[in-house]
Design a protein around this ligand. Structure first.
Ligand SMILES: [Zn+2]
Length: 156
């Protein structure tokens, strides 16, 4: 798979994205039935993983020498094993957003994310609405992370 083919209608786009999500959930359920044990890399293995990318995050290309994760190239939940060949360095944030999306889902996330960002930068009505919703979402998410006892969704 090089690049996702583009659906021929809005409804097909929605259906395709939902279908990819459902496939991912099926993979996750199958993985839960037959879990692959997770193992931590030792410091010398982590050093080798970081050296593969010259200390850069393999997802965004930024410097990743301090706070980085050994990212499974083939996601753990998709059957990616513990061999050193299956790890590359990634920022915690980049690794978090890559999650266990399939390659096609990840490409859609990038494509849609770049388009959404352009809408916001252009200050269109849709862009402003998305920026407001995204801002609120991020504030709540960050607050839950740093203050887990505050429930912002209590009255919604
Ligand atoms: Zn990164």
């Amino acid at each position: 798979m090089d690049e996702p083919s583009f659906p021929t209608s809005v409804q097909r786009l929605i259906y395709h994205l939902a279908s990819l999500r459902n496939n991912r959930r099926e993979r996750q359920a199958a993985r839960r039935e037959k879990p692959i044990p997770r193992k931590a890399l030792d410091p010398s293995q982590r050093k080798l993983v970081l050296e593969k990318t010259g200390g850069l995050c393999h997802l965004c290309g930024g410097k990743a020498e301090i706070n980085w994760k050994a990212d499974h190239v083939l996601a753990h939940n998709a059957g990616g094993g513990h061999s050193l060949d299956n790890y590359l360095a990634a920022h915690r944030l980049c690794n978090h957003y890559r999650w266990d999306y399939s390659p096609e889902e990840f490409q859609w996330n990038l494509k849609i994310g770049v388009w959404a960002r352009k809408q916001m930068e252009n200050d269109s009505e849709l862009g402003r609405a998305m920026a407001r919703a995204f801002f609120t979402y991020e504030i709540r998410r960050e607050s839950r992370r740093t203050h887990p006892r505050i429930n912002f969704d209590e009255n919604t």
